[in-house]
Write a protein that binds this ligand. Sequence first.
Ligand code: SF4
Length: 325
Amino acid sequence: MEDQRLLEVSGLRVEFPRPDGPVCAARGIDLSVGKGEIVALVGESGSGKSATALGLIRLVPPPGKVCGGRVSLAGTQLLSLSEAEIRPFRGAGIAYVPQEPGVALSPVLTIGAQIVDVIRAHRKVSRRDAWKEAAASLGRVGIPDPERRVKEYAHEFSGGMKQRALIALALAARPKVLVADEPTTAIDVTLQAGILDLFRGLVDSQQLGGVLLITHDLGVVAAVCDRVLVMYAGRIVEEAPVEQLFERPLHPYTRALIASMPSAEVSRGDLPTIPGQVPDLSRLPGGCSFHPRCAVAEPRCQEEDPPLREDRPGRRVACLLEELP
Ligand code: SF4
């Protein structure tokens, strides 16, 4: 049977040195993205989601580094490749949409020229056809008047348009897997649904193998994802198919995240929040990292660090409680 897993990550560790010792932003991450899947990696800011994304594509900014684990893309071990060997896998193998669109676009080339370069680097397409495709790709991500806009520079685009141009740029190489870090955060809410529909449509029509979508927005997760990984303090604490996560969240952190989702029924001021803050990764509390904020913590939670265990088929959770809902 054909292996349906496109991206497989196991034991990924990402460290950043600090004067008082290295800080581990991703502490042994296991995740996978299968063909036809959109997988969400969710958690609050500072939970290690972006470090995980940068680690698996080997773009951790120095002096940070990947210090352990395996990343397999359609059977190729990315972490054992040299920098020259991994270059062809970026773009056509695995493409990345960063959170900060401003720094990722060239200020000296038009948006169109950047997309054309990517198209022609990966496919035999005439320059003229590549320009047509570049304009069409801007239209697909909701940029108005794309034939004119394709000849403009990044400084002529708003923040939301830059974000959408980056998505067009990443998709231009027709990657197997797209890793998108908060791809709709800078985009008007009216356009977000169009981008999410675009991802879903590309995956369902097999023009895109799969997506790892990094977000803090559970509304985005519910709208488009198949499976969800919840991250806290550098670790995965829960994994579930999306419907099961919302119907029956197991980990107390997931339950608190879902409870703090805005909804039309909740009046202003009544929205529950998670007490406390995401811990500083250089000073993690002992035992379960979530215990200072956990509504159902027991004394042993301060001593024991719960492993990520399979609670039921397709569901993993890192919590010491035997009786989960
Ligand atoms: Fe809460 Fe304890 Fe479970 Fe951690 S192990 S999530 S502190 S109940």
